[in-house]
Write a protein of this length. Structure first.
Length: 432
């Protein structure tokens, strides 16, 4: 079936489903394939559960007109999303980066939704499946869309940009994330820079952190129609100053010779620049300073990213959604800057670092050790292989940590809990 005809069906059945356990009545079901499954096998079940049509790519499963046969289901989903995007005459903001993507997306959404009907990526649906699904959720009432794009190898941001067709965009930063897939730090810069390539080619507007030398270098080699700078420099469209981080950020920002202050519910000096770009977005789309500040003040992280959690015994900075060397170092430096009588860091292994894994884990231990925290706990095979390099407690597996914390409970402390998603450090919260 052609994308034109598939789109006509989508217009009547705009709810997209990819999981037979979550079928919505009269939805359009896409039978995607994975490493260990082929949803073509569940096409019948999807229809029985209430789907109006199923999109399949194996002819032997087609029984009647409710089975839509395409060459490849994933390609059809992506092409349908792009087709839908081209019908939308609205600003689409695309953002990527090694760290801070989701927090920045949520901040921008909190600001812009003060004035506009917005649609933003839900959770972490930022890959080759999540981006199309996000686009296909955009209804006629939406006035601005905010699309988060993630990647762990080159050419992925290029593909996602072609699908989402952003006309505004930003790269939060480039850091030591997914080094294995990108082929080193220069590969990260090239991969994330694919968003700059798209915006330069399509005449889009780009927002750039003037204080980030990597982003400045990357942008210098490309010609943009419109650049909006934010940072701490006098000529920035939005010039910011960090007033306080104790533990929440208070920021002063200046634009058009007017200065304002905003109190956020975010911790971490690394979120300073994320607040500034949300301000810059708000100004670009015509929001008042009061609307912008209200949006920033209203945002409270609930996604295990720089989230402050007060337990019966401690104050925990829950930052265990993910980790890489750049974000880990930033979290440690922020921890050192915060005021507390007792500080404890609990850090889990960082994944997808390839040949750089040993050196990067050693460097994190060295940096943490230099701050002389009251207690340090390192968890995982990579950290444990480096345990001779610091006075700390090292555990290869999380179960050993559980036993240790039960025997040696942490009390009256400020605790940083951070590690890669696969470490599942959230299970330690009940012991803190």
């Amino acid at each position: 079936m052609s994308i034109d005809n598939l789109y006509k069906i989508y217009q009547k059945h705009s709810k997209i489903c990819t999981d037979t356990r979550k079928i919505a009545k009269d939805c359009l079901f896409f039978a995607l394939k994975g490493e260990n499954f082929d949803a073509n096998n569940f096409a019948d079940q999807a229809l029985e559960n209430g789907a109006a049509f199923v999109v399949i790519d194996r002819s032997e499963f087609k029984k009647d007109e409710r089975y839509i046969l395409v060459g490849d289901v994933l390609t059809a989903l992506q092409e349908l999303a792009t087709y839908h995007r081209k019908q939308l005459n609205i600003p689409v903001i695309g953002l990527t980066g090694s760290n801070g993507k989701t927090t920045t997306k949520e901040l921008i959404n909190a600001v812009l939704s003060q004035k506009f009907k917005t649609s933003a990526t839900k959770g972490n649906l930022n890959n080759h499946i999540g981006v199309p699904l996000t686009l296909l959720e955009i209804t006629a009432e939406v006035e601005i869309a905010i699309i988060e794009m993630g990647a762990n190898h080159q050419k992925e941001i290029e593909m996602l940009s072609e699908i989402a067709q952003p006309n505004f965009g930003l790269i939060t930063n480039v850091g030591k994330a997914h080094l294995e897939g990108f082929g080193g730090f220069e590969g990260v810069k090239k991969g994330k820079g694919e968003l700059y390539d798209f915006l330069a080619k399509s005449g889009g507007t780009v927002f750039i952190n003037h204080d980030n030398p990597h982003l400045m270098e990357m942008s210098a080699s490309r010609n943009f129609v419109e650049i909006i700078y934010y940072g701490t420099q006098t000529d920035d469209a939005v010039k910011g100053k960090l007033l306080k981080n104790d533990p929440f950020l208070e920021v002063e920002w200046t634009a058009d010779a007017q200065t304002f202050e905003v109190h956020s519910q975010l911790t971490g000096t690394y979120n300073f620049e994320n607040i500034l770009v949300a301000v810059a977005m708000g100004l670009r789309f015509g929001l008042s300073p009061d609307e912008i500040n209200e949006g920033i003040k209203s945002y409270s992280p609930q996604n295990n990213r720089s989230q402050i959690i007060r337990t019966a015994n401690n104050t925990v900075i829950g930052d265990y959604y993910n980790a890489n060397p750049t974000s880990m170092l930033a979290a440690i430096e922020n921890m050192a800057a915060l005021k507390a009588n007792k500080k404890v860091v609990i850090l889990g292994d960082m994944f997808e670092l390839g040949d750089e894994a040993k050196a990067e884990h050693q460097n994190i231990i060295k940096k943490a050790n230099a701050y002389q925290f009251n207690e340090m706990i390192f968890i995982g095979e990579e950290f444990s292989a480096c345990q001779a390099s610091a006075e700390a407690n090292f555990f290869k597996i999380k179960e050993e940590v559980v036993s240790f914390l039960k025997a040696n409970p942490i009390k009256d402390a400020l605790v940083l809990l951070k590690g890669s998603r696969g470490m599942k450090l959230e299970s330690l919260m009940e012991l803190l």
